[in-house]
Structures are given as C-alpha cells and as structure tokens.
Design a protein around this ligand. Sequence first.
Ligand SMILES: [Mg+2]
Length: 273
Amino acid sequence: MPIRTVILDFDGTCTDVEREAEGFLVRYKQDLARVLGRGELEADWAAAESAVLAAPARHGMVIGGHLVAPPVDPYLLATSISALLEPELPDAETERLFKENYRFTTTAFKPETREVVEALAAADVAFYIVTNSDPATVSGKLDSLAPAGRASIRLHGDARKFLVAEPVVHPGSARFAALAASHTVKGWERPIHTRRGHYFDALESIWAETGTSPADTLVVGDVFELDLALPGVLGCRLHLASGPRTLDYERVGTAAFGGTHGNDLREVLRLIP
Ligand SMILES: [Mg+2]
C-alpha cells in the first residue's frame, strides 16, 4: 500500500541531539541538584551515568512506575540518571525537569534535514511532526530552518509518548482496546509497554484528519521504544533513524515489523511515492 501519511519524530530524528543538548545537560544537572538538595552532583552523576550505560535494559525513563524508554539520547540519559539517583522522584518532577530545561537546547539540525523536510513537504503525502517536546520551541526551530513548504508541516507537540495510560481524546477506541499490554523484542530482557494512550491520541487524530490509516502511514523515529513500538503494533510502516547510541534491539525490533533503519535521514525519501 503506498504511503499517504508521514510522521516524523523531531529530537534526534531531525536534529543532531548530541550538539543540541549541551546547554540542556548543564541546566538539567543544576536543576536536579537543587531538587535533590545538593550543592553539586558531578561525582554522583558520573557514577550513575556509567551504571546506566553499562546496563541499558535495566535503566531508563521511569513514568507511572514503568520503565518506558531506554537511555539512548542525552535527554533520556539525563532522565534515567534522575531515576537512579532518586527512585522516588514524582512523575510530575520527571516531566518538569525535561520540559523546563528543554528551553536551553540549541538548534542543531542534521545536515540532511532541510532536504528531507522540503521533499516531504512537496510530496503527495500528509506530513506531520509528532514530538514530546514543547510545540512552540519546536515550531521556532522549524522557522529558523525555514524550509520551502514550511506551512505544510503539521506539528503535534507534548505527545508524551512515554505515558502508559488510556487514551483521553479517543476513549473506548476499538483499535486501542485491541492492543496487548506489552511487546517483546528478541534479545531485549524486558517487555516494551505498548498501551501509550497519549501518543495513540495523536496518531488517531492524524488518521481522522487525513482519512488515512496505520497501513498507509510511515512513522520515522530515533528511539524504537518511544517512537515506533506502538505504531508498529498498530500496523504502520516503520523507519528507525539510527545513530551512534542506537541499541541492537532497536534495529531488531524495527525489522521485526518489516521496518528499515539507517543513519542518513534521506533514506526516508526512498519509502514514499
Ligand atoms: Mg527523538
């Protein structure tokens, strides 16, 4: 079935997340030190970072008592470190730490992003960006890139792809009701939660708006568990925008749904009509 809707994640998919997050990490660490009532965190942070990276299946972003994302980018790594340093950190504080310090990211698009975004805006597809980040900040970053066709990019921010919950906008959806609670990927020691109702709401709204369906939708993201696992279970075409921190299970998990992966975002353009 030809692709009629393309949904891109933003951070780490369109952007060079390592460069972009430098300012974020400085402020996040200061903010976390304040929350924990400590003067500084350098030594504890470094020790926690080593522990997280040594066992990525056992650490990650924790929301609602669920491990919901692995530590595969600087934002998720910071969140994983907070969860390790303070296991009782309330969810609201976990989300606030990310959201408030996201303002201190810089703008660093991947070199090929303009070309890809312009091609998608010109293609015969509905083109959306769905991101956990603040929509105003992401919109400003897109304005600064100023791609041709900027006006045709539709943006869903605050997607909260990490939230395991019932959908709010589409309660009682048969599509959601049919979802299993979790999904298993060969070689990954913990199950992946798929009933992410808030992300589901964003996807379902897009399908309602465009009259398209999972089968003719391509979803592109850099974090399998956050961006691709739910769309994969729903029957979307997947592409993993991989990078230096991508874990093997992410490629395996994407391929299990018939998806593709690659470090150059231009590979997406081969998948559309
Ligand atoms: Mg991302």
